[in-house]
Design a binder for this molecule. Structure first.
Ligand code: RB5
Length: 147
């Protein structure tokens, strides 16, 4: 599994924590910034990562900003992206099992790096359950195809 990761200036600490997790569990990843000493705009990082996941160049993405909200709103504009904003381990597991989320968003002003690491680990290790959930995701894809 190949992971694309990025943050804005509000998510640098958690981004570094998740990179160390990815190294530890041996997953290939690429860091798409930011190189931010100053304030940057989250869509400039969310959209490129989302496009790389939607195109299949990367299997999954992880995006961090202050709240995770700007990153998740931006990523979900890209066709084929199911970005889940998650701040607890239960939802990390559920969104993989039920939504087959392909991008995880988190907010560094909401949770600390320790919890973010547990959330990301759970999200990376949990499989999609398929079945009735695949039917529901199919309805989202059908809507995207019509618009
Ligand atoms: C940046 O100040 C902040 O707005 C951003 O990191 C994020 O929280 C937006 O949703």
């Amino acid at each position: 599994m190949k992971i694309a990761i990025a943050s804005d200036h509000g998510g640098v600490t958690i981004r570094e924590e998740i990179k160390s997790l990815l190294e530890e569990i041996g997953l290939e990843f690429e860091d798409f910034g930011c190189e931010c000493g100053s304030s940057v705009d989250y869509p400039d990082y969310a959209v490129p990562v989302a496009e790389k996941v939607a195109s299949g160049e990367f299997d999954r993405g992880i995006l961090i900003c202050g709240t995770g909200i700007g990153m998740s709103i931006s990523a979900n504009k890209v066709k084929g992206i199911r970005c889940a904003l998650v701040h607890d381990v239960f939802s990390a597991k559920a969104t993989r099992q039920h939504n087959d989320s392909n991008i995880l968003a988190m907010g560094e002003r909401v949770i600390g790096p320790g919890l973010a690491r547990e959330i990301a680990k759970t999200w990376l290790e949990t499989e999609f359950e398929g079945g009735r959930h695949a039917n529901r995701i199919g309805k989202i894809a059908a809507y995207e195809d019509k618009h």
